[in-house]
Design a protein around this ligand. Sequence first.
Ligand SMILES: O=C(CO)COP(=O)(O)O
Length: 253
Amino acid sequence: MTSARPRPLVAGNWKMNGNKLSARVFAAIIQGYDAALRSKVELLICPPATLTVTFGVVAVGSGVSVGGQDCHVKASGAHTGDVSAPQLADAGASYVIVGHSERRADHGETDAVVRAKALAARDAWLTPVVCVGETRGQREGGNALDVVRAQLAGSLPETANGDDLVVAYEPVWAIGTGLTPTPAQVAEVHAAIRAALVERYGEAGAAIRILYGGSVKPDNAFDLLSVSHVDGALVGGASLEAADFLAIADYYR
Ligand SMILES: O=C(CO)COP(=O)(O)O
């Protein structure tokens, strides 16, 4: 690892899982985040919106960050059922995932909507984690890089300083399936994302963290996290167990 490489981030996306008893899992993650780990890697948990306040309180002073899984493009207003970026910030979040493939698929979110959400996040001083990734058909058709580049072009904000943006590469076919791309495939996409970030943001593009997500588990974390331009992970299922999540983060210990 060179000193120019950004501090890695291991993030957990709990999706629509967990209840107030899950604060125990979160507390166990905090417990395992000892000084040695803290000096090497940043940890983030994105619980469902109902738990943001609870986790935000539990996280105080721990160094573990809390994030949202989505935010509305507007700061407030008549949008029944939605949560805004300022509300997440008020609840204790410092990050928010935007453009996850499950949001793109389940809620028809376009690149333009994802970009608007990323900007809304920034306006509330949240760091957006912008997700991109191809479907199985797109990969099999040889279009993975084109798809990811187009998503980046449409979803990313116009400007970035480095630490005010995180990008997550999550191939749709690897999410929740136990399938993962080969290290060579991850390397190819992450290099393309890095090139796009540097082209767009100049030097700041080199400092933007690019996470890999999709069936990251303790037993494949080493292979995936050691790939060039992989600056951490976005973990779904394996982030629901403190031991598994910490075992993944332990790659950086
Ligand atoms: O979608 C993901 C994280 O955002 C990945 O989920 P899994 O780790 O469960 O495959």
